[in-house]
Design a binder for this molecule. Sequence first.
Ligand SMILES: [Fe+2]
Length: 386
Amino acid sequence: MAHEKIETRAAWKGSEIDYRTEMMHRFTDTEVAEIDAALKSVGDSDIPAITRDSFVLPTMGPTLNRLRDELLDGRGVVLLRGFPRDRYSADDMARVYIGLGAHLGRPLAQSWQGQLLGSVIDISDVVEKVRGYNAGGGQHFHIDGSACDIVSLMCLRAAKSGGASRIVSVAALYNHLADTRPDLLDVLVRGYYHRNHELDAQHSLSPAQSVERIPVFGQRDGRISCVIDTGCLRYAVHHGGVKLSEAEVEAFDLMQRVAQTEEFFLDMNFEEGDIQFLNNRSIMHGRTNYEDHDDVSRRRHMLRLWLHVPEWPARPADQIFMTLEDCHHWVKRRTPYMDMPTKYLATLQAEQEERRRAQTVMPRQAPSQRYRSAADWQPEPQVAVG
Ligand SMILES: [Fe+2]
């Protein structure tokens, strides 16, 4: 199969990029003042009430529009830096985050529980059978759910050390594979079966497992689109009767290995208050290992948004597994303020104290470090929740 290479600004190598000059927007004093005024106008609103119309940004709004174009047709990565984190409560930081995000797209529910604002924090010693974003350690490269066009993180609290966001350009990776291993690129383009996390599947309108293979790479109008949710590939082997061929294992491992080379990846360190936006089709993300604090309230804590951008051309239809309809269905379960950081952390702190008293604190987990190769994925007798 001939592979048409992508020769746009979307194809970049981490070793050749300084994100501070090419991907970063530093807030001006005027912008901070404008955001502060918008925050005052929404008061103690809950997330759904914060929209493009209620969070008015006369000058920052057009800037965000320009940055969104950079996500679609530029490097695919934008970091906003310099917001004065220390002046605001965690919940007001969340409101600022939603307010800025609402100018880029529409927030989507991130699981069957309906949270519009995810908390990426290691609570694997406090809550049983957590999902990847609630465990610690490094993460393999992946793309988040296919309904999401822009995936974003805000750093509420940085790690004791480490925990950088590690990103890679899908186009650069694709071009490299086309040059060096077109045979394995064919395997990736043919794709993999995906299986949803069990609880998401129980509460979804879509089938638990994809009926067809989902192509890892697709192209439309000269833009690349990637789907590789490592967890979903793994669940299909663990619980869905899928057996990967040798070539499928080799192709998956090669893609991860190339992405993990210093030539290709870019590490972005987070300062508190930083907001990162990624094109969830053209940028794969993971993170480096990190050292964390013991108290839940002091741990590395990132807020996460999934944004749907109606103004963007749709993802290729054969790459859609998690649908917008599923996300709209999940959000019905959301209860007021449940995903605001203060309420969320208070529940976890109480749980941690209770476990300390009862001496039932569990060892912390770093699930992606369990698997060095897709060959390590094996069928599991029990349906896992994690
Ligand atoms: Fe992710």
